[in-house]
Design a protein around this ligand. Structure first.
Ligand SMILES: Nc1ncnc2c1ncn2[C@@H]1O[C@H](COP(=O)(O)OP(=O)(O)O)[C@@H](O)[C@H]1O
Ligand SMILES: [Mg+2]
Length: 213
């Protein structure tokens, strides 16, 4: 299964979702690898820190840029799940990955400026389905304010429900410091003791993967 984490924007939580999903899957005995196509190498550096700290299970990470379709076909012979961190913006990496992925997750913040980038992604998914009709796609609200008084998430939900090419994940990833700490220490939040963040990643994974308990 090839899972692409992609968006038109940087700083929306792509690398955070990629690392956390990969670590969570690895804990469920899934043979998972990350493909980091972003020059910022956030996932590659995450895995380096994880390995240096000796955190298990280890999560292999491959870095590639340009057309990644053949790399993905090759990796999918060796791993059960490949999680791609596609970096910011529309790119060759993202488009070529969309041509072979089974699932695309599009993290987005609930703010207006972020939501405005989604029609473009919606259109790209429509185009990709010309080549890859089985591509599933879902937006994921990410870095959402944890204060329930802020109505942004409800408003964003309404808007996101209108896109033809994308579903909307039920699980919302909230803005929590533990996600930043985990990225820096080489952990997934499922390995740290913040039950809310852990539950978010578990629920998100449940929505999209069939895992053994
Ligand atoms: N849910 C979250 N809560 C708090 N901080 C987050 C969350 N998701 C991401 N971050 C932080 O925001 C910054 C950008 O996130 P990142 O995953 O690198 O985004 P992207 O890969 O889309 O550029 C990082 O410092 C990261 O630790
Ligand atoms: Mg990133």
């Amino acid at each position: 299964m090839i899972v692409l984490i992609g968006a038109e924007k940087g700083g929306v939580g792509k690398s955070t979702l990629a690392t956390n999903l990969a670590v969570h899957l690895a804990h469920h005995s899934v043979d998972v690898a990350v493909l980091d196509t972003d020059g910022q190498a956030t996932c590659a550096r995450f895995v380096e820190r994880r390995d240096e700290a000796g955190i298990l299970p280890s999560v292999p990470c491959v870095q590639r840029t340009g057309d990644v379709a053949s790399t993905l076909r090759d990796l999918s012979r060796r791993y059960q799940v490949i999680v791609i961190d596609a970096g910011g913006r529309d790119s060759r990496e993202m488009r070529s990955a969309m041509a072979v992925a089974n699932l695309m997750l599009v993290p987005t913040k609930a703010s207006q400026a972020d939501l405005e980038t989604l029609p473009k992604v919606n259109e790209l998914i429509g185009l990709a389905r010309g080549l890859n009709p089985d591509l599933k796609a879902s937006a994921v609200l990410s870095m959402a304010p944890s204060n329930p008084i802020i109505r942004e998430v409800e408003d964003a939900r309404e808007l996101l429900a209108q896109f033809e090419q994308m579903e909307l994940a039920d699980t919302v990833i909230r803005d929590r410091k533990v996600y930043r700490d985990a990225l820096l220490s080489g952990h997934g939040v499922v390995e740290l003791n913040n039950s809310q963040a852990r539950a978010e990643i578990q629920l998100l994974a449940q929505e999209f993967f069939e895992l053994q308990p």
